[in-house]
Design a protein around this ligand. Structure first.
Ligand code: GLN
Length: 261
């Protein structure tokens, strides 16, 4: 009898050990799977149509940059998570380790290149001026002298506007805010990236505003990557290259800007 009990005890111990080991192994497997499904934390300022903005329901981040980074992430085997951050807070957020990359219509500049590494250029841009339709006095950059100008904080547009003699430059958190300020008559002009001005006008803004044809600068957008992550930068460039050669980039481009000329 006691032998039987002992056997029973030993069997149950064996079963329990097997069960626990099983659980542990399962947990380990799940952890391994988690690390396999890598997450790419992407920062952008989602108020910069048509590159990054929120859809009509405010639920999804959409735009050229959003499609591009999702395609890049897929190519690299990463799940893409988007975070919406003020433009001037993007590089500090990456410095703090809260995001891995930035895609936000960000122009590759020498100043920024000291803090981040940029991917190969992915879009050619430049600045233009938008004014009210009935404005007859501002016809070129030099006409901005002594005028009031709205710009977005921390952008190349802000830098350019600050070069204008005697101009009063008002800085806003988003390009949308600069257009609003023009509309309500708070400023006489806005300086923004050309495709952003054009998109605003095409989406109904042309009812009361127009863009001047003069293009003030030649700028290239790049994806910014943490300086400490050379490997990630290589992966991003390789993915971008692949999307350019397999036609995926052109498809995304055509979706937002029409076929390339
Ligand atoms: N291209 C401009 C810059 O890099 C504006 C970018 C933006 O406002 N998202 O400064």
């Amino acid at each position: 009898m006691s032998k039987k009990i002992l056997t029973l005890f030993m069997v149950s111990m064996f079963v329990m050990t097997a069960l626990f080991t099983g659980c542990g192994a399962q947990k380990e497997q799940a952890q391994a799977k988690e690390t396999k499904e890598k997450v790419l934390r992407v920062g952008c300022n989602a108020d910069f149509a048509p590159f990054e903005f929120q859809d009509v329901n405010g639920k999804e981040y959409v735009g050229f940059d959003m499609d591009l980074i999702r395609a890049i992430g897929k190519e690299m085997g990463y799940e893409v998570q988007i975070q919406n951050i003020n433009f001037d807070g993007l590089i500090p957020a990456m410095d703090a380790g809260n995001i891995d990359v930035i895609i936000s219509g960000m122009t590759i500049t020498d100043e920024r290149s000291k803090k981040v590494q940029f991917s190969k250029p992915y879009y050619q841009s430049g600045l233009t001026i938008a004014v009210k339709n009935d404005n007859k006095t501002i016809n070129s950059f030099k006409d901005l002298e002594g005028k009031t100008i709205a710009v977005q904080i921390g952008t190349t547009g802000a830098e350019e506007a600050k070069k204008v003699k005697d101009a009063k430059v008002k800085e806003f958190n988003s390009s949308a805010d600069t257009f609003m300020e023009l509309k309500i008559g708070g400023v006489e002009a806005v300086v923004n990236d050309r495709p952003v001005n054009d998109y605003y006008l095409a989406q109904g803004g042309s009812k009361d505003a127009k863009a001047l044809s003069e293009i003030l600068t030649a700028e290239d957008y790049g994806i910014a990557i943490n300086k400490n992550n050379a490997d990630l930068a290589k992966q991003v460039d390789a993915a971008l290259e692949k999307l350019k050669s397999n036609g995926e980039y052109d498809k995304i481009y055509a979706k937002w800007f029409g076929a390339k000329k």
